[in-house]
Design a protein around this ligand. Structure first.
Ligand SMILES: NC(=O)c1ccc[n+]([C@@H]2O[C@H](COP(=O)([O-])OP(=O)(O)OC[C@H]3O[C@@H](n4cnc5c(N)ncnc54)[C@H](O)[C@@H]3O)[C@@H](O)[C@H]2O)c1
Length: 350
């Protein structure tokens, strides 16, 4: 029986996770995957009450005792510099070495894109963001903080091994999903260290003769994602650029409320979470869109070998959009719970 760890987290995290778990309950009814759930309390409230972010022993258990982790969101204005979120979220990515951050962006309904004249088939891409290196490694520091002479340095870390494994993952994924085109985004014209990405992309890509490869500077790529999203199928890039491009891609298909993601390392526990954050102003108001969390659950089920349950969740979500069963961010007037109930009911009736 698969073991699932659930970390609802902060802000709207617990609300959207509650809806995802409602849908999982419906999946249990319809498909019987027999998933055992264990909830973890880690987040801002727990940190403020106990000073504990995510204990080392529990981090170890997440890596050894579970098949999947479902996370809501982490981030709370009461916590200085969001240190708990860094510890928990980046802690899981780094310590469990989940080097692949997979962020798909698919247009479910033409009405959801802000782009003029784009059809459903025009936007169907996936971003593979390197998840364990880059500018997120906290190498650097601040000197003379708060003075006129303040100096702050953040180093960008790129290792041959780290670049190669994410680039290879993107090409393998393209091959397995019959995609013919992989694009890499970097800034090699201004950041000489990015030549490493170009060399590795060329070397690894040459092993996949059936897949075309193309390199882009990230600034031009951002522009073209808006102008001609149909030219992109699979994008591979570093940690920071992937973070930014995936928010941009999400708005092309309806926004953060619809953007799911997976954090992976083949053969190890995988972590699934909506791309969005804890959206503090929306918390507790029953207005947050639960679809990103529900679609993240779908990615999890697919990973655990329950592809038909995942496909059913996606179909139910598409139907909810078609029938206007949506929260205000997608133009509807339904609440978080009503959308979750509707999708769960659809799944249950399969
Ligand atoms: N993976 C994560 O846990 C994660 C990701 C990003 C930000 N954060 C944290 O979340 C907090 C808020 O950050 P932010 O405001 O930059 O990003 P955010 O994703 O929380 O919100 C950005 C915008 O999108 C909207 N939005 C987000 N999720 C939505 C949903 N499900 N339904 C409807 N609208 C939604 C918000 O209202 C806001 O306008 C910060 O503490 C930040 O550090 C966490």
């Amino acid at each position: 029986m698969p073991n699932l760890a659930v970390i609802p987290g902060d802000g709207i995290g617990p609300e959207v996770v509650a809806e995802a778990l409602k849908v999982l309950d419906a999946v249990e009814h319809a498909f019987r995957p027999g998933i055992r759930i264990e909830r973890f309390p880690y987040g801002a409230d727990h940190y403020l009450a106990t000073g504990v972010t995510l204990p080392a022993e529990q981090m170890r258990r997440l890596g050894t005792d579970f098949d999947a982790i479902l996370v809501g969101a982490l981030g709370d204005p009461r916590v200085p510099r969001n240190e708990h979120a860094r510890d928990i979220l980046l802690g899981m990515r780094f310590q469990l070495d989940l080097y692949v951050n997979e962020r798909p962006a698919r247009l479910f309904d033409e009405r959801l894109t802000p782009l003029k004249g784009k059809r459903v088939d025009d936007i169907d891409l996936v971003i593979f963001r390197e998840n364990t290196e880059g500018l997120y490694v906290s190498v650097g520091g601040t000197f003379k903080e708060g003075t006129a002479d303040e100096i702050t340095i953040a180093e960008e870390l790129n290792t041959r091994r780290g670049v190669e494994r994410i680039v290879r993952y993107a090409f393998e994924w393209a091959r397995a999903h019959e995609k013919r085109h992989v694009t890499m985004a970097d800034k090699a014209n201004a950041i000489p260290a990015h030549a490493l990405w170009r060399r590795v992309f060329e070397q690894v890509g040459s092993e996949y003769a059936e897949v075309q490869r193309e390199t882009r500077y990230v600034d031009a790529m951002a522009m073209d994602l808006v102008r001609t999203p149909e030219q992109f199928q699979v994008i591979v890039t570093g940690n920071l650029f992937g973070d930014i491009l995936s928010d941009l891609a999400s708005i092309l298909v309806g926004g953060l409320g619809l953007a799911p993601s997976a954090n992976r390392h083949p053969g190890r526990v995988a972590m699934f979470e909506p791309v969005h954050g804890s959206a503090p102003p929306l918390a507790g108001k029953d207005v947050a869109n639960p679809m990103a969390a529900i679609l993240s659950l779908g990615m999890m089920l697919d990973t655990l070998g329950h592809g038909s349950a995942a496909a059913t969740i996606e179909r139910a979500t598409r139907s909810a959009i078609e029938e206007g069963m949506t929260t205000p961010d997608l133009g509807g007037n339904k609440g978080t719970r009503a959308v979750g109930d509707w999708i769960a009911e659809r799944v249950r009736r399969v």
